[in-house]
Every structure is written in C-alpha cells, then in structure tokens.
Design a protein around this ligand. Structure first.
Ligand SMILES: *[C@@H]1O[C@H](CO)[C@@H](O)[C@H](O)[C@H]1NC(C)=O
Ligand SMILES: *[C@@H]1O[C@H](CO)[C@@H](O)[C@H](O)[C@H]1NC(C)=O
Ligand SMILES: *[C@@H]1O[C@H](CO)[C@@H](O)[C@H](O)[C@H]1NC(C)=O
Ligand SMILES: *[C@@H]1O[C@H](CO)[C@@H](O)[C@H](O)[C@H]1NC(C)=O
Ligand SMILES: *[C@@H]1O[C@H](CO)[C@@H](O)[C@H](O)[C@H]1NC(C)=O
Length: 507
C-alpha cells in the first residue's frame, strides 16, 4: 500500500514537473532558474526529454546530475529574453571546466559565456580555490544582453606554451562591444608573463630611456637599459607581439573591481574606445623590471574613474593615450613602476587629443617618474586641462616631467610641429627624488602654456642626489607659491603670439 502510493506520488510529481517545464518553454523561459543549464536547449531542440536535464544540476558540482552531461559544448539557451529583475548564474565548472591548473578550460569558459550572454544581468562564476588554465579568448558582445557580471573568485592563468598563442595577438582576455559588464571578485588573473619578458623585450613600445632626460652630464650613473629578468626555465619561443592580459574594446559602462591582475606579458588592463569606465579596489602586481607592463592603459576613452587601487609594475602605473577625456584618477598607490603618464602622444606625425584629466591623492614609491606628459616631435593636436594634485613621492627619480622630445632611439629627427600643451596644473606635490625634481622640456615652436605650480616641495632623497636643478625649456605659466627647490626657469606669462596654437591643432 505504502509502495503503491509512493509510485503514485512520484508519477504525479513527474507530471507536474513535465507540465511546468513545457510551460516554461512555451512561455519563452520567462523565469530562468538558478540552475537552468545550457543543455536544456539541446533537449528542447530534439523535442524529447522535456525538462529532464534541468534538474539537480547543482552549482559548483555540489550534487550529481541524473543524466550524463553532454560531451559536446553546451549550446546557449534558446530563449534570448532574460528574467525580468531576476538573475542567472553560470558556473564554469558546470560547463566542463576542471580548474586544476593543468587541463585547458578555454572551451568551458567559452560555453559559459555563450550561455550568460543570452541572459540580461546574468553572472558567470569562476569559483574560489580553483585554478583555471585559459588560452586567448574573446568575450564578444555585440549580441549579448546587458549588465553581465563576471564573478572571479578563483585564479585564471595563461598558458605558457607557444602553441596556445597565435602570433600577432594583442590580448589574452578580450571583452568587446558590451554594455554594463562588471568584472568583480577576490580572484586573480595571472598572465605568466616571465616567458614573454625574456623574449625580444624591445619590440613593441619603446622602453623609457630615462637617461636621455638628464642632459647636463654631471656624471650621472644611470644604467642605459633596465635589467632583463632571468631566463625562465619554461622556455619556448613566444610570438614577438606580447599580449595585454585583459582588454576592453568598444564598450559602455564597464567596471573592474576587487580582482588582481599579475605578471601580464605586456599591459595588464586596457580600455580602448570605451565610454564609462570604473576601476576601483583593484590591484596590479608585476616585477619592477618586467618590460612594457603598464598597469592600466587608456585610449580613446572617456568618463573614466580609477580609484582606490594598488599598482606595481614595470612600466606606467596608469598610461593615458590619445582620445581620452574626463578621466579622474585618485587614491592610487603606484610603485614600482614608471609613474602616471599622459602619452607618448603624436608619434609618426599623428594628431593627439587629450583633455580634462585629474590625477590626485597618489602615493608614488620607488618609481621612475611621478607625473609625466610625453609627446613626440612632429605630432599635432593638444593636451588641455590637466590637474595633478596631492602627489606624495618617495624615492622617485623624476617627480614632475614634461617631455616634448620623447624618442625611443638615441636621436630623433627634429621637427617643428608638436602636440600643444596648455593648462597643466601641479599642486601639492611633495616628497623625495633621486635624480631631478622638475623637468619641463617643451617644444620650440609650440611652447607649453598655462603651466602652474602650487605648493611644490621636493627634496633629494639623500644629499648626494642633489645632482640637477629644475629644468625648463619654453615653458610658460605661473608659480602660485614659492617652491622647494625654486623653479626660477618657468617663464611668466604667455609666449609671443606667433607661437600660439593654430587651428590645425584644435581637437
Ligand atoms: C576589495 O576587494 C576585496 C577582494 O579582492 C574584498 O575582499 C574587499 O572587501 C574589497 N574592499 C572594498 C572596500 O570594497
Ligand atoms: C663618474 O663616476 C664614476 C664613479 O662614480 C667614476 O669612476 C668616473 O671616473 C666618473 N667619470 C667622470 C668623467 O667623472
Ligand atoms: C551608462 O551609464 C550612464 C549612467 O548610469 C547612463 O546614463 C547611460 O545610459 C549608460 N550607457 C549605456 C549605453 O547604457
Ligand atoms: C571633467 O571630468 C570630470 C570627471 O573627471 C567631469 O565631472 C567634468 O564634468 C568634466 N568637465 C568637463 C568640462 O567636461
Ligand atoms: C635637434 O636640435 C637640437 C637643438 O637645436 C640639436 O642640438 C640637435 O643636434 C638636433 N638634432 C638633429 C637630429 O638634427
């Protein structure tokens, strides 16, 4: 009797489940549950086993599935519409990722993305305590729903074998054409850069050759080139183009928070052609001698906020390139690294436009530069409206730099045109330097204008570092308070009118 009613009960439950599931499909999956899986759409397409696969598929492999997970990469759910006001979680482990640091989990990440892409405000989970080996991937989004969250609590590592990398690949993890994407969590993205750093380190970006800035030769003893990290035993010939670890392209309202990116082959985090960028509570960690490893690189992007982050790397902590406007950077610890830079702009006679940049409340320790603007001879366009304030430097070689003669070779052709610099304000820049406190080298034909200095207090780290006085060339502006050391070389007022920026330079 008891057995009979149990069977009956089971049968009734199955009927209910069957009806419920077919109803979901008829209603175009209006309510997608937490455990809804991509494999559901497979069974739906086959017109069999309706609603059978989508039960008991626990997150993080907690419970065992009743049916074997299909071998083929799961297809995305057929229903494009996401739940209104709800959310869906797609755990990479449920898509076949092993997370053992050895097996290639690239396909699982691709499949999880394909599923999450279909659902508005969905979450991809990269769980803690797993290490996912993932090759180059494009998380491409022109047809994806908005506001997807990449929750990274585990570790994602890059493969070190050359076979995983196509040559000429500019990035490892690429996010394109997305709206409202957020990457968050306490996890780490590790680029395993050592195998790249040893490899033709001088190819892409020129390395900063700081010794060129120190013209008067009072027997400076700086090395010409930074030391190259020791050859890694992992070996292998990697492609000559070194990839950026994490790159956003053509996206709106993207956020990166919580995570750490370390040991990128090249730049760690890059935003190109993005509008609305927020980076906070974020870390970059790479050795100070790793070549070209910018922390955060911005290009053609606007409305950018970068705050409350720690950046240690082998190149610029933050690099602001052409096309950037309305950028606000504050509460950053930078070092080791090359400081926070605008440029190099105007390379190969290009036009560059940068405006409304604020950099404040920064601690720089053991960096090559503090705040720097660098442009190539022969460029055009302008840099306008830059505020550098509350910058605390310690053991910084050159805390304040404008270099309009930036050059990656021993000498570059002299050219008359230049990216025009105006409205560059330095306020409350204090601390210790090890080479030269202030270096302003502006263009002969396009002098820097409206350069202001307020409350500048820079002392040599030790008396023996008092080697160079502040240097200025064709730099016009105003001192709003006495400076330490005195910057007597700043030219007060405006340059002769024939040297004012022309229309060809307007942005
Ligand atoms: C910063 O991120 C870490 C995870 O990396 C998190 O534990 C911490 O709570 C976050 N801090 C703030 C202030 O949000
Ligand atoms: C430069 O300094 C080094 C060591 O401080 C010394 O050996 C060398 O003779 C100096 N060179 C000149 C040209 O003064
Ligand atoms: C980005 O966010 C802003 C402010 O929240 C909003 O006004 C704008 O519409 C968003 N852009 C897109 C493309 O969603
Ligand atoms: C400059 O950028 C800030 C954000 O950093 C923004 O709030 C402000 O409106 C911008 N100013 C102009 C004139 O666009
Ligand atoms: C460029 O001009 C500077 C200053 O007039 C001069 O010292 C230098 O030799 C010139 N360089 C070249 C490559 O012509």
């Amino acid at each position: 009797m008891g057995g009979f009613s149990f069977k009956k009960l089971t049968f009734m439950i199955m009927i209910v489940i069957f009806l419920w599931c077919s109803n979901i499909e008829r209603c175009n999956a209006r309510r997608v549950g937490r455990h809804w899986r991509a494999s559901d759409s497979i069974s739906k397409k086959k017109g069999k086993n309706h609603g059978y696969n989508n039960h008991h598929k626990g997150n993080a492999g907690k419970s065992k599935p009743k049916t074997p997970i299909p071998k083929a990469p799961p297809l995305p759910p057929a229903a494009a519409a996401g739940p209104k006001g709800g959310s869906s979680v797609f755990n990479v482990l449920d898509f076949g990722a092993k997370g053992d640091g050895t097996k290639d989990d690239t396909k699982a990440f691709q499949a999880a993305w394909a599923a999450a892409c279909k659902v508005e405000a969905s979450t991809i989970n990269v769980p803690a305590e797993y290490v996912f080996l993932v090759g180059p991937i494009s998380f491409s989004g022109p047809y994806c729903q908005h506001n997807i969250v990449f929750q990274i609590d585990g570790t994602i590592v890059a493969p070190t074998g050359p076979s995983h990398w196509a040559s000429g690949l500019f990035q490892w993890l690429l996010f394109t054409k997305l709206v409202g994407l957020t990457i968050k969590g306490s996890g780490t993205i590790d680029g395993n850069g050592a195998v790249w750093w040893q490899n033709s380190p001088y190819d892409d970006d020129p390395l900063d050759d700081q010794s060129k800035l120190i013209f008067p030769s009072k027997n400076g003893t700086l090395p010409n080139k930074p030391p190259i990290p020791v050859r890694s035993s992992l070996g292998g010939k990697m492609p000559s183009t070194k990839p950026t670890a994490l790159r956003f392209y053509g996206s709106f309202n993207v956020t990166v928070t919580g995570i750490t990116i370390q040991n990128s082959p090249q730049c760690h985090l890059k935003f190109d052609n993005c509008i609305g960028v927020q980076v906070y509570n974020f870390s970059v960690s790479s050795p100070g001698d790793s070549p070209n490893t910018d922390g955060i690189h911005l290009q053609n992007s606007k409305d950018v906020l970068i705050r409350s982050s720690n950046i240690a790397c082998g190149d610029d902590c933050v690099s602001i390139q052409t096309g950037c406007t309305n950028v606000y950077i504050h509460n950053i610890n930078c070092g080791p690294g090359h400081g926070i830079s605008i440029g190099g702009l105007g390379k190969d006679n290009t036009k560059a436009c940068v405006s409304n940049i604020t950099v404040r409340d920064i601690m720089m320790h053991n960096t090559m530069n503090g705040v720097r603007i660098k442009t190539w001879q022969g460029g055009s366009g302008s840099v306008q409206g830059v505020q550098f304030s509350n910058i605390q430097v310690s053991q910084v070689q050159l805390p304040i730099v404008i270099d309009q003669y930036y050059c990656d070779k021993s000498s570059c052709k002299n050219q008359t045109s230049a990216v025009a610099l105006s409205g560059i304000n330095y306020e409350n820049i204090r601390g210790t330097y090890t080479v030269k406190p202030v270096h302003f080298a502006c263009s002969d034909n396009m002098p820097c204008t409206d350069v202001t200095l307020t409350n500048i207090q820079l002392v040599p780290q030790q008396e023996r570092y008092r080697m160079y006085d502040p240097f200025c060339w064709q730099t016009f502006g105003q001192l709003y308070s006495p400076t330490v050391p005195p910057v007597a070389c700043l030219l007060v007022g405006k340059p002769a009118s024939n040297k004012i920026q022309g229309d060809s330079d307007s942005c």
